[in-house]
Structure formats: C-alpha cells, structure tokens
Design a protein around this ligand. Structure first.
Ligand code: 13P
Length: 271
C-alpha cells in the first residue's frame, strides 16, 4: 500500500522505523597538500565502493575542491566545503560564494563550526545567513551546534543548542532544516580525544529532534543529526547505534583513509 496522506499523518509504525540514511562526512579543516590530498582521495574513493548504505562525503579546504571533484567524479562519494561567504558576489576580498561551491560540484557546506564561531567571531545571525545563502544556491548546509565545557558544567547545554538552532529556524522557517543536516559537536570533544559518551550524545540529539518535532514532526523525523567530536574507528559503532545519531562529522580521523573508512563501515552496519 502506498500512503499518500500528509507526512505527519503517517501510521505510527512507519514513523518509528529508522528511515534516515547515515552520513559520514570528513571535515579536513586546514590540512593537506596536493600530493597528500590526491592520496587520501584515492584511498577514500577505492574504499567507498564497499560502503553500500551509508552516504560518504569529504570537505577539503577550498583550494583542493577542483582536484576533489576530478578525483571523485564517477564515485558515490560526495564533497563539500568548510565555509562560505554570507554574500553572493562582488567586492568581498578573500571570500568564496555559495554559487562557486555549487559550480565545483559541492553537495554540502559546513556552517557554524565552533572553530568559526570562536576564532572568527561568527555569531548566530551570521551562521543563519550562511545557512540561508547555502540553501538558496542548492547546497545542503551542515549546521554545527554545541556547547563549550563551561556551558556543560553550568548545565546550559540545551539552552545553548536551542539558541543556535532557533537562529536558523526563526530566519528560514523549520521546513528549511529539511534541506540540510545538523551536526552536534560538543566543543569540549573536538580535537581533544575526549568523546561524548553515547548516552551524553544521544541525550542532546534527542533534545534537538524533539525541539524540531514541536514545530514539525515530519521534518524532525527525516532530519539527519550527526555527532562530531573525537569520533574514531574505535568509538563510532556504539555512538552510531543510538537511535538519534545518524552519522558523524569527523575531523582528525578523516585524514587517514583507513580510519575514515572504518567509521563509514560502522555507519553502514548501523542500519
Ligand atoms: P575531531 O574529530 O578532530 O575531534 O574534530 C571534530 C570536528 O570538529 C568535525 O567538524
């Protein structure tokens, strides 16, 4: 039987089945050289052939996008950028527009990463604008949210994550989230080797999904929420086993093809 009614009227048994395709995306940050990137791309491309169900993506620095597009053409691996301009074209020295990323075949673009929020002063309004311009250009924004250690210790994790989410929802509307992906990245877990426990991560992922479900149950049910922060081959499977963790945004472990592919395998097996 094909159900043709509105998505939020889907029979309960259907909405409870996990239908979200896992996504594992590598955020290479400011790492790489032409020769190293060529080797990494070749390794990821070769290994991705055995990833049957999960989606795999890499986000290299801008300058490597042309060679990434060339190397990954004809493979199932997608690529994206780590940042984009709030503006669409013109006199903005040093900036890169959403349309340029689209032109180079990007599927994704990361917005609101904590390194950009803290080191480059990107506030919620800037992040929301970047989400908007990415979406308008047909890119899928990966919206990063997450609390600092201080905020966790003050028990304001939910308020922080809610504020970061709401900035986008208020600007673009809740339905806009369906065009992107969310990444929960606790700042204290990024690059520290200190991963959130699966329970800690699941708690925040469930909070994010519930907050979105309050506004639109169908958007919440379909939305992929990735975990990021010291995720690696050793801890990926137990994080991905949690019901609201739909993949990973991987920093350090995405710089070596075997490590990254092991996480992709874990995502594949999590379905
Ligand atoms: P690490 O995996 O190196 O902790 O980085 C996570 C991250 O910031 C991905 O965007």
């Amino acid at each position: 039987m094909i159900f043709t009614g509105p998505a939020d009227k889907l029979p309960r048994f259907l909405t409870e089945v996990r239908m979200r395709q896992p996504l594992v995306a590598g955020n290479w940050k400011m790492n790489g050289s032409k020769s190293g990137v060529a080797e990494l791309l070749a390794g990821v491309k070769a290994g991705a052939g055995s990833i049957a169900r999960a989606e795999v993506a890499v986000c290299p620095p801008y300058v490597f996008l042309p060679m990434t597009a060339a190397a990954l053409a004809g493979s199932t691996v997608r690529w994206g950028a780590q940042n984009l301009s709030t503006e669409t074209a013109g006199a903005y020295t040093g900036e890169v527009a959403a349309s340029m990323l689209k032109d180079f075949g990007c599927t994704y673009v990361i917005v609101g990463h904590s390194e950009r929020r803290t080191l480059y002063g990107e506030d919620d309004a800037i992040v929301a604008r970047k989400f908007a311009v990415a979406r308008a250009a047909g890119l899928k924004p990966i919206l990063c949210v997450g609390e600092t250690l201080e905020e966790r210790e003050q028990s304001v994790t939910e308020q922080v994550v809610a504020r970061q989410l709401d900035a986008v929802i208020e600007r673009e509307g809740v339905a806009a989230l369906a065009d992107g992906v969310i990444a929960y990245e606790p700042v204290w877990a990024i690059g520290t080797g200190r991963t959130a426990t699966p329970e800690q991560a699941q708690e925040v992922h469930a909070f994010i999904r519930a907050r979105i479900a309050d506004r639109d149950a169908a958007v919440a049910a379909g939305l992929r929420i990735l975990y990021g922060g010291s995720m690696n081959a050793g801890n990926a499977a137990e994080l991905l086993a949690k019901p609201d963790i739909d993949g990973g945004l991987i920093g350090g472990a995405s710089l070596k093809a075997p490590d990254f592919l092991a996480i992709c395998q874990a995502a594949d097996a999590s379905l």
